[in-house]
Design a binder for this molecule. Sequence first.
Ligand code: EPZ
Length: 433
Amino acid sequence: MEKILITGGKPLYGSVEIDGMKNAALPIVFATLLVRGKCLIKNLPCVSDISRSLELIEDLGASVKRLDKHSVEIDSAGVRVRSVPSDLSRKMRASYYLIGAELGRFGRALVGYPGGCDFGVRPIDQHIKGFEKLGAKVNVEGGYIDAFAPNGLIGSNIFFDIVTVGGTINVMLAAVLADGITVIENAAREPHIVDLANFLNTCGADIKGAGTDTIKIKGVSELHGCCYTIIPDMIEAGTYMTAAAAAGGNVEICNIIPKHMESVTAKLEEMGVTVIENDDSIRIIRDPDTKIKSCNVKTLPYPGFPTDMQPQLGALMCQADGVSMINEGVWDNRFKYVDELKRMGAQIEVTGKTAVIKGNPDRMTSASVRAVDLRGGAAMVVAALAVNGTTDIDDIHLIERGYDNLVGKLTALGAQIRKITVVPPDQAFNVAN
Ligand code: EPZ
């Protein structure tokens, strides 16, 4: 069992390089199943969710050559349609992209129900509605999603009832080789949707409008291999921005697209943090002796403030002078991390999808906490960097699903952070005997 120990209360200085975006890389890895020919994917983040997605497609018969830490060559020629057992699909949410990709390529998909972070109910009714509009018959039974298009998929108009990132991506995957034109209305506009469209278009697809709420996909008969570089991870970047704001100091966040960070930048500026934008980097400056101002935020689909930055901002709000409010506009229950912040002295009241945070840096202390999920774990890191004393964070495998080399990157910024392996008491007993 591994833990992270952070001795906080020390400002951060220096620069940090941001990796490729996990939530763009995941659909692109699954999209390679649709391609005839080899795809060279660069700037892949080296995180456990990506390793699992590569294992999943290898398991289906794809040849996956890891060229270096961030590049992989994928050849899906050998992929055959077969069921994906729920013990594999449950390991990650993005396994549901296999449904769109397999349906698109074979007209058939049988995939175990997806897993992922627990934010309350996570339905996939909109994905299913999209597949059905394209002509598939979909059954959900015994923990499996069975989708079948006996006459092949046929382009159609799909209006999503809510804005869904996964639903938009899944229908894009299914529609790209379908017969005719598919129009997705009320589509998600996240940068990772645009990145997937750019990847597919580089392979010969005909997708227009990605990044707006109307995406038009003209089905093509086949996709060819390509070389593609994944965009930088806006959530990893935002996490380092809040970490620098919470600890204080002067940190340059490099290899990013500042436009993607606008909602986070605006909130940090509102909180009194200096944010300087350059072409492909952002500098965060905060004098540790100046107070952070409280603020209110509502999470929304892009370009609104990202729900995946909500826990990290919540941790920063604990360091603010005054009362802040978070309204979670995407997920039903994304406040599990609050109990962990309370162990550190935070005063937070959660009612439904709203959290009221009484910021008071003097009350915050180090504690033993755990990562309740990926971004909840990132929030613990942000909180720990700001407080005096040593905080230990458990369940760090959840953080490693989405952050590569967190310890190394923060160490380079001057943080006192290390990873330790703890032998559970029952095993220690066995060793002793
Ligand atoms: C993606 O999840 C991300 N995951 C999440 O990031 C992120 O929080 C979320 O988008 C929102 O930005 C990946 O990209 C792998 P949604 P996704 O479909 O696609 C409801 C992280 O930390 N909904 O946009 O599953 C749903 O319940 C992860 O990296 C339906 O009702 O999210 C939610 O309330 C965690 N029916 C809202 O829509 C559906 O069929 C948005 O979900 C689909 C979704």
